[in-house]
Design a protein. Structure first.
Ligand SMILES: C[S@@+](CC[C@H](N)C(=O)[O-])C[C@H]1O[C@@H](n2cnc3c(N)ncnc32)[C@H](O)[C@@H]1O
Length: 219
């Protein structure tokens, strides 16, 4: 499978201007293979066609990597210290696993209420030898450890996402919500103590769809 998908993946990575090592590209393809294999057993995603998994999941998540890297670079950190990121409602690991592969300076926890999805992430962390990746089986509302970044993709409305994950966001942390079209209604429905400080448009290679990241912080 990887022989046919690799050229599209490499082209997409180049289009996104990402500087990934050959080992990271291999890991992305290995993750895709794991997702495809275990999807049959665990029902991790409704997307089943490998080519579609590549465009709709992998490239879609990869489009958010450069914005994340740019943000992380601005954060102070001691040598060897990783930036804690919580990916909420991660499902089969999107975008959390992609972030863990592409951003070794980030420590990614993927939380999901479905036990088999969290177990899949733990299994992926072992298979891909990613020490910066963890699967957590919980409702996000129950988490209180502070993270510098709290991300989500296809999870919930912005008001629900921010209120449920608020205790897990550091006071100086940021929410990073991956959305389709500019979510004007959801932004309008946010409470006054959530500040939307940037909405960043994304271009996903090989996918003709509107995508953006809504950046928010606590007031
Ligand atoms: C539509 S899926 C999105 C999965 C993945 N982020 C993606 O983009 O493919 C939403 C996920 O959120 C999880 N979920 C729903 N409510 C949750 C909660 N309160 N805490 C943690 N996970 C939750 C579901 O189990 C499901 O796996």
């Amino acid at each position: 499978m990887s022989a046919t998908l690799r050229p599209t993946l490499e082209q997409g990575i180049a289009q996104l201007g990402l500087a990934l090592t050959p080992a990271q590209v291999d890991l992305l393809l290995e993750f895709l293979a794991l997702l495809q294999k275990w999807n049959k057993v665990y029902n991790l995603t409704a997307v089943r066609d490998p080519q579609e998994m590549l465009t709709h999941h992998l490239l879609d998540s990869l489009a958010a990597v450069a914005p994340l890297q740019q943000h992380v670079q601005t954060l102070p950190r001691a040598e060897g210290q990783l930036i804690p990121l919580l990916d909420v409602g991660s499902g089969g690991g999107l975008p959390g696993v992609v972030f863990a592969i592409c951003c070794p300076e980030v420590d990614v926890s993927c939380v999901d209420t479905v036990a088999k999805k969290a177990a899949f992430i733990q299994q992926a962390a072992v298979s891909l030898k990613l020490r910066n990746l963890h699967g957590i089986h919980a409702r996000v509302e129950s988490l209180t450890r502070a993270h510098a970044v709290v991300s989500c993709r296809a999870f919930a409305s912005l008001p629900d996402f921010t209120s449920w994950s608020r205790p897990a966001l550091a006071d100086d942390g940021v929410w990073f919500a991956m959305k389709g079209k500019y979510p004007a209604d959801e932004i309008a429905a946010l409470p006054a103590d959530v500040d939307v400080f940037h909405v960043e448009q994304l271009q996903v290679p090989a996918l003709d769809a509107e995508r953006c990241i809504v950046w928010m912080r606590k007031l």
